[in-house]
Write a protein that binds this ligand. Structure first.
Ligand SMILES: Cc1ncc(COP(=O)(O)O)c(C=O)c1O
Length: 390
């Protein structure tokens, strides 16, 4: 969706770190979380107005770490929207918990709190909401629901870097917030991610599950937890050179005002389309929300309307991409047949079938996915190209 650019700031920083890495193997390994990893984490946490950030391989691993650090496993239920990227779901399956699919709201692309409320029960341990296309979920209602039921609230903000709600970055909302710096994101270093953790306890648990023992012993203050850690952890740290690239890229983006410019473009294009006679469905933007402008998902029902949008795109200099999420996750083969790749039978260890695993259980999602022609208005490429040549 988004063409990547390497900001000159990022190239300079990477060059410096690469030179050092040639002679300093510890620096290159980043095994104890020092060097570029620590620098990136500190900067990312600052940008997110949060205290704790962990640099990880990608958003998929960040979501998995969040679930594991929350102690979620077999017998638990995790509510997530059916309308999202499949990697929101994979980590849930891997924990052994049962995925329970909530619908999206009719006029937005984000999860419906009403649908979540109907599904929540004593087995529900976590809710994952997705800031899809950088458009914020209804975080205040979701926060209340999670608090009332004692559930962990995890945000999949893979697409949400640069989005704000009530002048706060989306990383400030929720117990855990997962970010992606992978391909096609607004901000990309090819592959990478980060996890924002609400407090010290959640941070230490996430470190204990995702890092090398050297970092675990260095970072964990809780003596009881440190004593329990016996080296059985995952190895999900971001490569230090990618952390270096990410830090330079992030600083460069902020310094050059790209994030701000994208948002202004998004608003302009949104208002322009809204004021035309084209029959379209634009997602409602929540009050106080300032989406990052990654793209604008748009459903166009008729071919002549698509042609009109195309001519608008030429006039205003934005690109259109036809495609998008076309399969509700609750109706995927994995869920339907209870088979994860390689034929393991999920009924024995993972997913017992649930009433949300059937046709009709998420009507808004199903109807949205039926439209084969969703148009994503890419508003980034031209802005980025303009910035680089300026
Ligand atoms: C909503 C959402 N969640 C999760 C992911 C997975 O991110 P990553 O590729 O960094 O693992 C993506 C990636 O596109 C995504 O869009």
């Amino acid at each position: 969706m988004v063409e990547n650019i390497l900001h000159s700031e990022a190239i300079k920083k990477l060059r410096r770190d690469l030179r050092r890495a040639i002679t300093d193997w510890d620096y290159l390994s980043g095994i104890s979380g020092e060097g570029p990893i620590a620098e990136f984490e500190a900067e990312f946490a600052k940008i997110m107005e949060s205290e704790y950030a962990i640099a990880l391989t990608n958003a998929t691993s960040a979501l998995y770490v969040a679930l594991m650090a929350s102690g979620i496993g077999k017998g638990d239920e995790v509510i997530l929207p059916s309308y999202t990227w499949p990697q929101t779901l994979t980590p849930v399956i891997l924990t052994g918990a049962t995925p329970v699919f909530a619908d999206i709201q009719r006029d937005t692309v984000t999860v419906s709190p009403e649908s979540v409320k109907k599904l929540i029960n004593r087995k529900t341990r976590a809710i994952i909401a997705v800031h899809l296309y950088g458009i914020p979920s209804d975080v205040f209602t979701l926060h209340k629901i999670a608090k009332d039921h004692g559930c962990i609230l995890i945000y999949d903000s893979a697409q949400g870097l640069g989005s704000y709600l009530n002048d706060k970055p989306l990383g400030t909302y929720g117990d855990f917030v997962a970010y992606s710096f992978g391909r096609s994101k607004l901000f990309s270093v090819g592959e990478g991610g980060a996890l924002i953790c609400r407090n010290r306890d959640l941070y230490e648990k996430a470190v204990a599950f995702s890092q090398h023992p050297l970092r675990i012993h260095k970072d964990i203050d809780n003596t009881e937890m440190r004593e329990k850690v016996d080296g059985i952890s995952m190895n999900f740290r971001l490569h230090p050179l990618v952390a270096s690239l990410a830090l330079g890229q992030l600083k460069g983006f902020i310094k050059s005002g790209i994030f701000k410019q994208l948002k202004e473009r998004f608003k302009e294009i949104y208002e322009t389309i809204k004021s035309t006679d084209i029959r379209h469905i634009l997602p409602k933007i929540p009050e106080g929300a300032s989406p990052n402008g990654m793209c604008l998902p748009l459903i166009i029902k008729r071919k002549d309307d698509l042609l009109k949008i195309k001519s608008l795109s030429e006039k205003y200099g934005f690109d259109i991409y036809l495609g998008g999420l076309q399969r509700p996750l609750h109706l995927t083969e994995t869920i339907k047949r209870h088979r994860f790749i390689f034929h393991s039978d999920l009924r024995k260890s993972f997913i017992p079938s649930h009433k949300t695993h059937n046709h009709g259980s998420c009507p808004n999602t199903e109807s949205r996915c039926k439209f084969q022609k969703q148009a994503f208005i890419k508003i980034t490429d031209d802005v980025l190209r303009f910035k680089e040549s300026a």
